[in-house]
Design a protein around this ligand. Structure first.
Ligand SMILES: NC(=O)c1ccc[n+]([C@@H]2O[C@H](COP(=O)([O-])OP(=O)(O)OC[C@H]3O[C@@H](n4cnc5c(N)ncnc54)[C@H](O)[C@@H]3O)[C@@H](O)[C@H]2O)c1
Length: 268
């Protein structure tokens, strides 16, 4: 069997963890390339033996079996539609970009037209299988709370006049819909978007964002109640050592999705 050919979009904290694991995977293994914006400083971190691509023509020429986006909302807008139009399956981590209905529609159209497929990783969250199962429940109430330490919200706290190092207690930064949350916090609220898309949609998914000096990590609480029963889930993720805004587990979630993508047995 030939090595699977994978293009990573971006080479930051998450992509580097993914690349390390895929490069160490046993046979047939993976041949990797990285798509970056021309002149990106991330190119210097890409390991030897992994090609750096600087445009969609190079992605097409690489002959990818799978594209993985770990770059941010802008990359979903800039590069993912063309990859889908090339007929490629594209696994995205920046699911929050889909809060924009026009972008979402464009991606779906590109996937349909090019016979590509947009794949959504569960990322920092779990339990999306349950949320999917109750998404049409008549009495569904779905709530999500993000609770992170001040390091993850330094800029936002400064903007509100708080010193992140001196925060005495929890500060609620936001309460509203998943659509507003994903739009306002592109790096932090991808999880709210994943939940909304698995569940009843962006408007019907309620979100609270809390900054808490006592938070032991990036904590996600999901509560659902419906005629089918109740569900509650709490996940405390460690921040990525290279980017406190991202949870360390995200790369592992994407790697699990890559496994599923190439596996003859799929758990849905
Ligand atoms: N689904 C989830 O649970 C979840 C959780 C955390 C992060 N994320 C997403 O993953 C993304 C990456 O996280 P990270 O911690 O690796 O970030 P990072 O800042 O460490 O790295 C981002 C990388 O993407 C590159 N990049 C930025 N814009 C680009 C573009 N338009 N085209 C190509 N490359 C581009 C940067 O140069 C850098 O290499 C985040 O922006 C976020 O949207 C999702």
């Amino acid at each position: 069997m030939k090595a699977r050919r994978v293009v990573l979009i971006g080479y930051g904290a998450i992509a580097a963890d993914i690349a390390t694991a895929l490069r160490a995977a046993p046979g047939p293994g993976y041949a990797l390339a990285v798509l970056l914006r021309p002149g990106s400083s991330s190119a210097a971190r890409v390991p030897e033996g992994v090609s750096v691509l600087e445009g969609l023509d190079a992605v097409a020429a690489f002959g990818a079996d799978l594209v993985i986006e770990a770059a941010g909302h802008a990359a979903v807008r800039e590069s993912v539609p063309s990859c889908l139009a090339l007929g490629l399956p594209v696994l995205i981590s920046s699911i929050g970009a889909l809060h924009d209905e026009a972008i979402f529609a464009r991606l779906v159209e590109a996937a349909r037209g090019g016979r590509g497929r947009l794949l959504l990783a569960s990322g920092a969250l779990g339990g999306l299988d349950y949320v999917r199962a109750v998404r049409h429940a008549e009495q569904l109430d779905l709530r999500y709370e993000s609770r992170k330490p001040p390091a993850a919200w330094a800029a936002e706290l400064h903007a509100l006049g708080h010193d992140p190092a001196e925060l005495a207690g929890p500060v609620t930064l936001f309460s509203g819909t998943a659509r507003e949350a994903a739009a306002r916090y592109p790096q932090n609220l991808n999880v709210a978007a994943a939940l909304a898309l698995a569940g009843p949609g962006f408007e019907a998914t309620r979100v609270d964002v809390v900054c808490d000096p006592k938070a032991g990590g990036n904590t996600h609480v999901v509560r659902a109640s419906s005629e089918f029963g109740t569900f509650s889930l709490e996940i405390a993720n460690r921040p990525s050592p290279s980017n406190p805004k991202s949870s360390w587990i995200v790369a592992q979630s994407i790697l699990a999705a890559v496994d599923q993508h190439f596996s003859p047995v799929v758990m849905l």
